[in-house]
Design a protein. Structure first.
Length: 160
């Protein structure tokens, strides 16, 4: 393995360890109230679009499978935090959006979570390091292959 490949793998492992360590801390001390962190993640994604999101778009934003997102939405719907509305652009689909209660819950948990994230990130990183981390993360995301390409690659490899 050449030195660039070795460095890339070491950097990847460090990134994964940092994310896993912070995720465990946020789960343990996050002030989630009655929500699970994944439920909050879905509610956060919904909070960015007042018209609501289709389940497929929501799954991409929340990084969950369609089956997982469907079960999670059903749980949130039973608790009165989200609702399904007809999609004005596609009569076969629906959009999921936060209810008034859902907006209140998301904002309350979101404020506490944002404070916790800020504390965790600023105890180890300077403002310049935070900007660098933001920029590097955006560059990695932008350079990533689309999910459809990944599925095709796996299928092609499996057929070979």
């Amino acid at each position: 393995m050449d030195s660039n490949a070795r460095l890339a793998n070491v950097a990847w492992e460090a990134l994964l360890r940092a994310q896993a360590t912070l995720s465990r801390e946020f789960e343990r001390d996050g002030g989630w109230g009655d929500l699970l962190p994944r439920e909050y993640g879905v509610m956060y994604a919904l909070s960015k679009d007042s018209e609501g999101l289709r389940i497929t778009d929501l799954g991409k934003d929340a990084l969950l499978t369609q089956a997982g997102i469907s079960r999670l939405i059903s749980r949130l719907e039973k608790r009165g935090l989200v609702e399904r509305r007809d999609d004005p652009d596609d009569a076969r689909a629906c959009r999921i959006r936060l209810t008034v209660k859902g907006v209140e819950v998301q904002r309350g948990v979101g404020r506490a979570h944002a404070r916790h994230v800020a504390t965790a990130m600023t105890r180890a990183l300077s403002p310049i390091q935070l900007e660098t981390l933001r920029d590097l993360s955006r560059a990695l995301t932008a350079a990533s292959q689309p999910a459809q390409t990944d599925r095709q690659s796996f299928q092609e490899r499996d057929l070979a």
